[in-house]
Design a protein around this ligand. Structure first.
Ligand code: G
Ligand code: G
Ligand code: MN
Ligand code: NA
Length: 262
């Protein structure tokens, strides 16, 4: 339909834009960075979320140039925040999380494109975290992991996104070059009541304990209430993201939020 024909030229027409959702340290509530979330301002249909066009972009191959554009924009934005936001030295500079599609993982240019973008912008690799969904790495062979390994060796963080939704073998975590687990929103939802379901508590407790013993940080998604944040903090999760803190928004909003706790 209409989206399919409009998508190939949307990038050159400048119709994509990025919103940023803060990542907050659960221990002290400070803003540590943000996840970049792409949107399409379609001339007829208005703002479309990624679920409306990412599958199409993957199918048509546009995901490679689009993903490169998102990465470059986001890293540039991170550099701008880092220049503006000199106040919070103790917390370290703001970091940026960018989603990678499985199609980008198999594209041979991924490592070089990332190196080029970091060099052009002068942003250190450890300011960047690439999010790869758990399902893309289930059963991944060495060829698929090689680019991620090279990026990890450079100092780029790799996060396992939507963790807990696939049926990944937990022992498998050892061979993945990941440094962050992003716990799927469904775990956060089960923390709605206080106290939460004891079985869910045990599961999250177990995941956090395993993650920490493998020196992985744990980020929780979809935090909508203070009770959830408190429960997840007690369980040892490191970082949180969700509407309780902020919805995805323009880059100025992230800067304001970060300055508030500087
Ligand atoms: O919050 P939102 O509805 O925008 O995000 C839905 C999903 O879309 C996210 O979970 C994320 O995995 C995906 N997404 C958002 N931005 C990007 C992007 O730039 N590239 C890819 N591949 N996926 C994205
Ligand atoms: O990468 P991922 O698909 O997890 O991207 C996050 C998605 O979750 C986006 O669609 C974003 O808009 C959505 N989201 C972010 N915070 C919340 C929240 O607190 N609650 C719910 N229900 N969705 C959220
Ligand atoms: Mn994500
Ligand atoms: Na996710």
């Amino acid at each position: 339909h209409g989206l399919t024909t409009a998508l190939p030229t949307a990038l050159e027409r400048g119709e994509f834009f990025i919103e940023y959702q803060p990542l907050v340290h659960l221990g002290d509530g400070s803003v540590r960075g943000a996840e970049a979330l792409v949107r399409w301002l379609h001339p007829q249909h208005g703002v479309l979320g990624p679920d409306r066009f990412i599958p199409l972009a993957e199918h048509t191959g546009l995901i490679v140039p689009l993903g490169r554009w998102v990465l470059e924009q986001s890293v540039r934005q991170a550099r701008e925040w880092r220049e503006l936001h000199g106040g919070a030295e103790a917390m370290g500079p703001l970091r940026i999380n960018v989603n990678l599609s499985p199609c980008q993982l198999t594209h041979p240019g991924l490592v070089q494109d990332t190196v080029d973008i970091l060099e052009r912008t002068g942003v250190e690799p450890d300011a960047l975290c690439l999010e790869v969904t758990e399902s893309a790495l289930i059963g991944a062979d060495d060829d698929l992991l090689k680019p991620l390994r090279r990026l990890a060796e450079m100092g780029v963080d790799i996060a396992l996104d939507d963790f807990g939704t696939g049926y990944s073998n937990l022992a498998n975590l050892r061979r993945l070059p990941v440094s962050v687990l992003k716990l799927d929103r469904s775990f956060t939802q089960s923390m709605q009541q206080f106290p939460a379901d004891p079985v869910d508590l045990k599961i999250v407790e177990g995941i956090v304990s395993l993650a920490h013993s493998l020196e992985l940080a744990v980020t929780v998604e979809g935090v909508e209430t203070g009770a959830q944040a408190e429960q997840l903090r007690i369980l040892g999760c490191d970082t949180a993201q969700g509407w309780y803190y902020a919805r995805p928004g323009p880059p100025e909003r992230l800067h304001e939020l970060a300055l508030m706790d500087a």
